[in-house]
Design a protein around this ligand. Structure first.
Ligand SMILES: [Zn+2]
Ligand SMILES: [Zn+2]
Length: 154
């Protein structure tokens, strides 16, 4: 793929130095609770869109990579630190962190893995007291905040 014209899904890191595009929908979308994914993302769990490498291109920049085990690499943006992927070394697929897609609402997981490390409170988050960002900060404060993140499009 040489351009983003036929991209079906796009995304990238928070600073915009690294961007990617897919020419086909992900083969599988899943959550991983394993301890290695918790450390790699700095989050309670990771969520991944599994994509054939033939359907995937880095369209801007090249991510840095950390070899997190003897079988896998994890790509990230060297400029802003956003975790971007998990991939088996020499494997035919790449798994992209779903929060980095421009439309993460379209990337819906259907399986979860690594449940031996799933934190006990995760299943209950829908029941926690909830606020929007606007409710949390208030509209006056919200109006003063300037995002330095790349917008959700190329
Ligand atoms: Zn970045
Ligand atoms: Zn994992």
């Amino acid at each position: 793929m040489s351009d983003t014209a036929k991209a079906v899904l796009t995304g990238g890191c928070q600073c915009g130095a690294v961007r990617f595009a897919l020419t086909a929908p992900p083969a599988k979308i899943s959550i991983c609770h394993c301890r290695m994914c918790q450390k790699a993302t700095g989050a309670p769990f990771a969520s991944f869109a599994d994509i054939a490498k033939d359907d995937f291109t880095w369209t801007k920049g090249t991510p840095a990579a950390f070899r997190s085990s003897s079988i896998a690499m994890r790509d990230f943006c060297a400029a802003c630190g956003t975790p971007l992927s998990f991939r088996r070394i020499e494997g035919p697929h790449i798994e992209i962190m779903t929060g980095t897609f421009d439309r993460p609402d379209q990337i819906v997981p259907t399986r979860q893995y690594g449940t031996e490390s799933r934190l006990g409170w995760v299943v209950g988050i829908a029941n926690l007291p909830s606020q929007t960002t606007q409710q949390n900060y208030g509209s006056e404060k919200m109006a003063t905040i300037v995002s330095h993140q790349h917008p959700d499009h190329d």
